[in-house]
Design a protein around this ligand. Sequence first.
Ligand code: PRT
Ligand code: MG
Length: 215
Amino acid sequence: MTGITIALSKGRIFDETLPLLAAAGIVPVENPETSRKLIIGTNREDVRVVIVRATDVPTYVQYGAADLGVAGKDVLIEHGGEGLYQPLDLNIAKCRMMVAVPEGFDYARAVRQGARLKVASKYIKTAREHFAAKGVHVDLIKLYGSMELAPLAGLADAIVDLVSTGGTLKANKLVAVEDIMPISSRLVVNQAALKLKREALAQILDAFAGAVKKD
Ligand code: PRT
Ligand code: MG
C-alpha cells in the first residue's frame, strides 16, 4: 500500500486527534460520527484514515494494515505492544485506571483479611499485575463493557475500569478505592513502515510532537 494509512477509533480519540492531524496538514473529509464509511479520505491525496474499534488500533498497526494509529495506554497494555513503535504520548483522551467497589463495601478490610476478591474488568492484564504487586488474591472475570454493572448484579466484588469525571461510578453507587495509573493516548507506528516510509512519517511525527499540549 502506497501512501499513509492512519488507524483511529471514532469518538474521543478521533475528536482529540483532529487538531494534531491539522498541525500535520491533514484534514479528514468526513466525520465518522455521521458517515458510515470506515475508510475516510483526507485533503491529502496520500493520506487516509481507517476507523476501527479502539481495541483494534494496535492490531491494525502491528500488522501494517495501518502505518500509524492512536491508542489509549489501557489498550496498549492489554495488547502487549508487539511490533509497535510508541514514540509519543499525545496527552489526549486522559483518564485514570481505578479499582472501584459498591458504596459500603469495606475494601481495605477485605484486603487486610486476605479475602479472595472477585474482580470484573475489560483490563485483565492490568488488573492481574496490579493485584499481584499488592499480594491480593483475586479471581478475574473478563468483561467487554459496562463493568459498572458487575458489582450491582452480584457478578463481582470490585471492578477495574477507567474513570474520568467519576459520574458513571457515582450514578451506579460505586466508589473508587485505588488509583492504578494515569491513562492517555499514544501515537503508535508500524516498525517496518517507519523504515519504508521514513520521510512521510517523520513529517507527521514531528508535527504531532510540536502540537502536543503539555499539562
Ligand atoms: O466505546 P467502545 O466500546 O466502542 O470502545 P472503547 O470504550 O474502547 O472506546 P472509547 O472511544 O470509549 O475509548 C477510547 C479510549 O479513550 C480508551 O481506550 C481510553 O484510553 C480513553 N478514555 C478516556 C476513556 C475514558 N476517558 C472514559 N471515561 N475510555 C472510556 N471511558 C469510560 C469508562 O470506561 C467508564 O465507563 O467512560 C466511563 C467513565 O467516565 P466518567 O466520566 O463517568 O468517569
Ligand atoms: Mg467506550
